[in-house]
Design a protein around this ligand. Structure first.
Ligand code: SF4
Length: 453
């Protein structure tokens, strides 16, 4: 059974009398377990829906959907599948105390993998789940492989019951399900020959594995640092060399691209330049920090003719330490297009510790401190990936409250083009007055670029 959270007006759901709290029981006699059942079983134009209405009465609707009329039903959020592994490097376990409770949930949920691109390990799949993945063609899925050697993988996941990932991926591949894989690189455990073998094994699965990323392990101040450490620069260089060998092979054998990618962080930590944007193809793992910088540059280049004239304006750009060394190239592109003066404001993460460098985990309090007294700025761009869907930073600071306290108007931005385009529109509307209203904040987050851990 799944429960209705809301119903859009003028929708089929509203016409049927579904209301918040209505229990959706079955479609065509099949019991509904979650949003996947709902979406897939109601995709046809004709179906029979059994529901328990607010009155307690159970009703069967024989539905023939008029063309173009949506069900308009939003479901209550699904119960997240919890993770049964205990990785030493688990970022959730590395959270400081006192954060809001959802941040302590270790999810390992193939449904979220399909829907949002979250990585799952597939260690908690039941036969029923596997059948469902095939029946609903949940493809591609995002899978944390880490190592294909079963002993090493079980060690990394701290799960002696983890199944053999190659057997699993092959089984799904034979049934038309494809995967994007990631290897979180833990020095001394799954680098060197283990990484070679992992990439080779995955490559051998053919079309079932669409891409593989190698991501250096990221730890917080609160992680189990006695058990796991971050890779050194030379270990990152060695891993990149392995990635490059595999990519060279994939290109030579025409796999449709390099197939194997190093995360931006791997290049950064290795002290090596990032590949060009073309290397990343469709940027399929950019949410995983693979090609994120080049993606940003591509977006800016594509939006060049939409960017406003910002001559004489000072724009502060807030980011985390990870992007600090890479952003000057990006800002140079925007500055030359707009004529604005861009200042990079690199903020250290005071909540998770200085080893956490991603902009997506910046606490609002640290941003506020970094911008204190900066009345010289005409506008400030804040990383949109640092707030959740409710526009709240990881430390529970609401974006709107933060904006009200900042000395300059602020915008949430993924790629400059979103916020600066908005700013340009406002400037045009106000003639020569280019100071954005404080009430303009926060700019609604655009639909792309929602980050993940
Ligand atoms: S890192 Fe992922 S798989 Fe490992 S314990 Fe944490 S949530 Fe589970």
């Amino acid at each position: 059974m799944i429960r209705v959270q809301s119903v859009a007006p003028d929708s089929l759901g509203a016409e049927l009398g579904l209301t918040p709290g209505t229990e959706l029981l079955a479609v065509n006699g099949r019991a509904l377990e979650d949003f996947l059942d709902w979406e897939f079983l109601t995709a046809d134009d004709r179906f029979v829906l059994a529901a328990r209405m607010a009155t307690g009465q159970t009703v069967e609707f024989d539905i023939e959907r008029p063309e173009g009329l949506a069900m308009g039903v939003t479901l209550e959020p699904p119960r997240i599948r919890r993770c049964g592994n205990h990785c030493d490097f688990c970022f959730v376990d590395g959270n400081p105390e006192g954060l809001r409770s959802p941040l302590y949930i270790r999810d390992d949920d193939y449904r979220l993998s399909f829907r949002y691109g979250n990585f799952a390990t597939l260690t908690n799949l039941k036969p029923w789940d596997a059948a469902r993945i095939v029946e609903y063609r949940l493809s591609p899925l995002y899978v944390s492989v880490h190592a294909t050697d079963l002993t090493v993988r079980r060690w990394l996941l701290r799960n002696p019951d983890a199944p053999d990932i190659i057997t699993q991926l092959r089984w799904f591949g034979e049934r038309g399900i494809a995967f994007h894989a990631q290897v979180v690189l833990v020095p001394g455990v799954n680098d060197g020959p283990v990484l070679e073998r992992t990439l080779g094994d995955l490559y051998g699965l053919g079309a079932a594995v669409v891409s593989v990323s190698v991501v250096p392990v990221a730890l917080t101040e609160f992680s189990k640092r006695g058990l796991v450490r971050e890779p050194t620069a030379s270990e990152c260089r060695a891993a990149l060399a392995t990635v490059d060998r595999m990519a060279t092979r994939a290109l030579a054998e025409r796999r449709g691209g390099p197939w194997c990618y190093g995360a931006d962080d791997l290049y950064l930590q290795a002290g090596e330049p990032l590949p060009a944007a073309e290397w990343y193809g469709d940027f399929e793992q950019r949410e995983n920090g693979v090609g994120a910088v080049r993606f940003l540059q591509s977006r800016i280049a594509a939006a060049a003719d939409r960017l406003p004239d910002l001559a004489g304006k000072r724009i502060g750009v807030v980011t985390g330490r990870a992007m600090g060394p890479l952003m000057p190239q990006v800002l140079a592109d925007v500055a030359s297009t707009t004529g604005g003066r861009f200042e990079l404001i690199v903020v250290e993460n005071t909540l998770f510790g200085s080893s956490v460098t991603t902009a997506g985990l910046l606490p609002g309090a640290a941003v506020e401190r970094a911008l204190a007294g900066r009345k010289d700025l005409d506008v400030v761009l804040l990383p949109a990936e640092a707030v959740n869907d409710d526009l709240v930073f990881v430390d529970d600071v609401r974006a709107e409250d933060l904006a009200a306290r900042l000395p300059a108007p602020a915008y949430l931005s993924y790629d400059f083009a979103d916020a600066l385009g908005e700013l340009g529109t406002r400037n045009a509307e106000r003639g020569t007055d280019s100071s954005a209203s404080r009430s303009a904040f926060p700019l609604p987050r655009s639909a792309f670029g929602v980050g993940q851990g």
